[in-house]
Structures are given as structure tokens and as C-alpha cells.
Design a binder for this molecule. Structure first.
Ligand code: AMP
Length: 193
């Protein structure tokens, strides 16, 4: 199973990626984690991206694309994986697509964890990071939408997109993901009486 996880900040993408890794035995491809690791090890890439990440900006496409390409081109590349935080821009989605084609690896699905903007604001405010005010969160959301809407369009056109509501308990959302992947039977609808 090869999956891409998309979702707003606060949609629980990291949590769901972790469950998919633990329970389906997928390798974790988290570019944020890889980059933080590069910084901790003091590699040339780490030195390059440290100020960019500190400033809360996106790392240039060419750098993240190369990090992912190195992993998937290597002799010990994972055959099944879930990505968390990659691709993040349309250009990254195109580069990833080209890489996967070259490596004869096909994606099974792209899971879009969807929640409303108001719910994101509520969840992120509840986390109470000091720099999170409603205004800064809405600003980040606007930036996020600009990229994410393009990604959704990209994968929808390829017939890979599965939108999963990211509301409810962690286990409910996980079950929704499995259903979208056809790994669990559809839930029986409760009658509206
Ligand atoms: P994350 O752990 O996914 O929230 O990523 C943390 C930071 O790493 C982001 O704020 C970006 O600076 C950088 N980063 C991670 N993944 C990407 C990506 N796909 N494209 C650009 N920057 C990224």
C-alpha cells in the first residue's frame, strides 16, 4: 500500500500516519521529520534549511524533492509507505509523480483528511501555542489552502483522491480511512428517525 496523506494543520495527519505505519506496516515518509533530523545531524541540507524552518516558511521544492528522491532511489527503499507533509506544493506533486513513475511505484490512494476552517481554528487555539492567535491561524490557513487546493485538484484528476472526514475520535477517523481504502466494510447508515 502506497499512500499520500493530505490535511490541514490540526486535522490529525501525524496521528493517523503513525497508526497507518504501526498497523499496516508502512514506512513513514515525513519530510518535516527528515529535515529536523538533517538539522540535528548538522548535514549540509540541515544547515541550509534550518533558518527557513525556523522562520516557519516552506523549504524550497528542489530540496524536499531531493530528500524524498534519495530515499526512494536507494537500494533499501521502502516498497510500501505513507507520506506525511509531502507533497506540499503543486510542483512537489509533479516531481513526486515523475519519481514514482521512474521507480515503477504506483500510489494506491491519496487520503484527504478534511475538516472545516472553523474546526481547525478551534483545535489549534486549544493547543494554545503562544504564537497562535486566531488571526495568525487564519493567515496560515489561507496559505495552506492555496497549496492544498492545487494538490487536491492534481490527485482528483488522477482518480486517486479519497476525502475522509477528520471529525470524531482518532479511532473513528482511522476506521474512515480504512473504509476509504476498501479495507473495512462501509458503515451501516443510522436511520434518521
Ligand atoms: P511538518 O513537520 O510537516 O509540520 O514540517 C515542519 C517544517 O518543515 C515546515 O514548516 C517546513 O518548513 C518544512 N517542510 C516539511 N515538509 C515540507 C515540504 N513538503 N515542503 C516544504 N517544506 C516542508
Amino acid at each position: 500500500m502506497r499512500l499520500v496523506l493530505l490535511g490541514m494543520p490540526g486535522a490529525g495527519k501525524g496521528t493517523q500516519a503513525k497508526l497507518l505505519v504501526e498497523r499496516l506496516g508502512l514506512a513513514y515518509i515525513g519530510t518535516g521529520e527528515f529535515l529536523r533530523d538533517a538539522i540535528a545531524r548538522g548535514t549540509p541540507t540541515g544547515k541550509l534549511v534550518e533558518p527557513i524552518m525556523k522562520a516557519g516558511r516552506l523549504v524550497p521544492d528542489a530540496i524536499v524533492n531531493e530528500v524524498v528522491a534519495e530515499l526512494l532511489r536507494g537500494p533499501n527503499r521502502p516498497e510500501k509507505f505513507v507520506t506525511d507533509g509531502y507533497p506540499r506544493t503543486y510542483a512537489q506533486a509533479e516531481a513526486f509523480d515523475a519519481l514514482l513513475r521512474l521507480e515503477h511505484l504506483e500510489l494506491n490512494a491519496v487520503i484527504n483528511l478534511s475538516i472545516s476552517d472553523d474546526e481547525v481554528v478551534r483545535r489549534l487555539l486549544a493547543r494554545a501555542r503562544q504564537d497562535d492567535t486566531e488571526a495568525t491561524i487564519r493567515q496560515r490557513l489561507a496559505e495552506f489552502h492555496a497549496n492544498n487546493d492545487a494538490l487536491i485538484d492534481f490527485y482528483q484528476k488522477r482518480g486517486l483522491l479519497k476525502t475522509v472526514p477528520a471529525v470524531g475520535e482518532v479511532e473513528e477517523i482511522y476506521a474512515n480511512i480504512l473504509r476509504a481504502l476498501g479495507l473495512l466494510p462501509e458503515a451501516t447508515k443510522k436511520s434518521a428517525t
